[in-house]
Every structure is written in structure tokens, then in C-alpha cells.
Design a protein around this ligand. Structure first.
Ligand code: SF4
Length: 349
């Protein structure tokens, strides 16, 4: 193991030994000065960071910060969470507050129903990390924050739709709910006869891997539903040994694990990074699933990689990876019945 990887593992283990996942969530860095100080980033970046944070708050757990290289403003993990002045610039044409027009599919509080057969349940508005490129950075979470009774109304919608067979827990991040609340929700979904599959979209296994407790794993393993976990990592450096152990726990319980990434300028827009990510994911039993083009959300245009470059990158990684390690390059287009594949010249085999 390289020396710097070993150091990262040791530091992550220290977080693991001293704090519960809930404490790690509450103790996340939420201020620009703290983030810069922790990483020895020059104060010249403070003004831009404060301006960006005015648009969308900073949130980054220490377990994630500790995988970043101190003093490196270009660190691919830091770039995902550090606000920049660019976020306040006038957005280019095509960028909007609601790039996927979710206001038209969020017809019931807590429900987004845009695809046939599956429905998305907004379980809360909290994430463990605020990713600067998030397409929901302007989402009206306040209108979708449900108490237990309101959750039941959202579930009534699902109960009334026998054409739905899969529920996707989303957010925010569904795993920021405590076990009591989460397990009650899973039980309620299990009691809907036409639901056979539960998908959990979460970044917690990456940013606070301690969230993957044995109690959680046991509950998922004992569900009557087929459980699919879709995690979100964009760079191989996000997956240290502690994350790998969390993914191993999920895998050992028979839970399917897929990863979706976003192609981000300055983070993973080179073939080496994408190849390393796919290889690292697979050693952790995770299938690279989607590589998304950036959703054109106001405040994130500086991450945009154009379609032609994206296609070239996929063509390049196809030369180095078996087809099953090449994620599907897709774009989400509001109103379409599924993600739209961005076709590249050579298809995976
Ligand atoms: S974890 Fe997902 S939903 Fe939360 S800020 Fe990041 S991209 Fe957005």
C-alpha cells in the first residue's frame, strides 16, 4: 500500500473509533474558513468560497475531508465540495434552477414520478455532503419535508398505483434518516403487495462509511424486497479502506451495489481517472453503472464537460477496460421516459 494511502486509512480509522455516524454527520464542516484551514488552502480562495456558499451551503464530513491532499486546491475531492466564485456568475444559456423540470413530476409532497414502473420517494432534504454540482441544489425541500403522517400520504399514492413495482428512496440522502424512521418506512413499503424492489440512492457509504452499520445491513438483508443500492463516487480517491469495508458489508449481505458518477471538469475528466474509478469500484463489488453528463443547473456550469469530449473519453476507456466496467454515458433530459444514452462510436462488449 502506498504511504499516503496508509496514512489516509489510519486517519479514517481514528474517526471510526471516536464518533458515531450521527456525530460525524453533525460535526461536518459547514464553513468556508474551516474548510480552507483544515486543508491548508490559501486565504485568497476565501472570498470566492464565501460567495459560492451563499448560493448553496457548504457541508462536508471529516471522513471525506481526510481523504483530500492538504494544500492542493486541485484535489479532485475538494473540488466537488469547495464553493467557488464561478457559482455566482451569470449562467450560460440552457442552465436553470430546475434542469430536470422536477416541479412537473413532484405532484405529491414527497413523490417524484417520472418513469414508468418506478417512483422516487423524497425521504428528507438532508445530505451528508453538499456536492457543488448537485442538480437539486435549488430543490424546494421545504415543501417535501414530511412527518410520519405525511409519509403515509405519499405511500398512499404508491399503494394506489399497481403499475409501480419499484420504489427509489432518494433525498437528500435517505440514509441520513435514523434507523427507526428508515426501518419503519421500509416495513411500510414491504407491505405494499405490488412493490418487489427497493432502490436506495445514497452517498453515505462513501462520505460516512460508518453509516453502513451491522443493524442496517441486517435489516436490508432480511427484507422481503430485492434491495439495490446505488452509490455515488466520482473519483477513485473517494474509496479508502474504510469505504471498501462498508461496501464489503453490503455485498456480504447479498445487496446489489451499483455506482453512478457525474463527469466533472477538473475532477474526473480524463481517461486515467475514469479507468481507476471503475477498477477500484469493482474490487469493492460495485458495478460502474452510469456516467452522467452534468445536469445544467445554475451554479455548476464550471463543471461542464461537452458531449464530444465525453464521447472521446468513453472511447478511450473502452480500449483499457472490459465492457462490464465501462459505465453507460447518459444525459437526463426533462420529460424523457428514461435516461438518454449518449452514443459513442464503439459499443461495449
Ligand atoms: S449527495 Fe447527491 S443529492 Fe446530495 S448534494 Fe450530493 S449529488 Fe446532491
Amino acid at each position: 500500500m502506498p504511504e499516503n494511502s496508509r496514512q489516509t486509512t489510519i486517519i479514517a480509522a481514528q474517526v471510526h473509533e471516536t464518533e458515531s455516524w450521527q456525530a460525524q454527520l453533525s460535526n461536518a464542516i459547514t464553513s468556508a474558513p474551516d474548510l480552507l484551514r483544515e486543508l491548508n488552502i490559501p486565504q485568497s480562495y476565501l472570498e470566492g468560497a464565501l460567495a459560492g456558499a451563499n448560493e448553496f451551503a457548504i457541508r462536508v464530513p471529516m471522513a471525506f475531508v481526510q481523504r483530500m491532499e492538504k494544500g492542493n486546491i486541485h484535489d479532485p475531492l475538494l473540488r466537488q465540495v469547495l464553493p467557488l466564485a464561478e457559482e455566482t456568475e451569470r449562467p450560460p444559456k440552457g442552465f436553470s434552477l430546475d434542469p430536470l423540470a422536477e416541479n412537473t413530476t413532484n405532484t405529491h409532497a414527497g413523490i417524484i414520478h417520472k418513469y414508468n414502473g418506478r417512483v422516487l420517494l423524497i425521504t428528507n432534504g438532508t445530505c451528508a455532503v453538499n456536492c457543488r454540482y448537485c442538480f437539486r441544489r435549488h430543490f424546494p425541500y421545504a415543501d417535501n419535508r414530511l412527518n410520519t403522517e405525511e409519509w403515509d400520504h405519499a405511500l398512499d399514492y404508491i399503494r394506489s398505483r399497481p403499475d409501480i413495482n419499484e420504489v427509489i428512496l432518494s433525498g437528500g440522502d435517505p440514509l441520513t434518516n435514523n434507523d427507526q424512521r428508515l426501518f419503519a418506512l421500509i416495513s411500510a413499503i414491504e407491505n405494499i403487495p405490488h412493490i418487489s424492489r427497493l432502490r436506495i440512492h445514497t452517498r453515505l457509504p462513501i462520505v460516512i462509511p460508518d453509516r453502513i452499520s451491522q443493524a442496517l445491513v441486517n435489516r436490508l438483508a432480511n427484507s422481503s424486497l430485492t434491495i439495490v443500492t446505488v452509490i455515488h463516487a466520482n473519483h477513485a480517491n473517494e474509496i479508502d479502506e474504510h469505504v471498501a469495508n462498508a461496501l464489503q458489508r453490503l455485498h456480504s449481505a447479498g445487496i446489489h451495489i451499483f455506482n453512478q458518477s457525474v463527469l466533472l471538469k477538473g475532477v474526473n475528466d480524463n481517461s486515467g481517472s475514469l479507468i481507476a474509478l471503475s477498477e477500484r469500484l469493482f474490487t469493492c463489488h460495485v458495478i460502474p453503472y452510469y456516467l452522467h453528463l452534468l445536469d445544467p443547473v445554475v451554479g455548476a456550469h464550471h463543471f461542464d464537460v461537452n458531449e464530444e469530449t465525453a464521447q472521446s473519453l468513453v472511447t478511450e476507456i473502452l480500449k483499457h477496460l472490459p465492457g462490464f466496467l465501462v459505465p453507460k454515458l447518459v444525459r437526463e433530459i426533462a420529460g424523457e421516459a428514461s435516461k438518454t444514452p449518449v452514443v459513442h462510436p464503439i459499443s461495449p462488449n
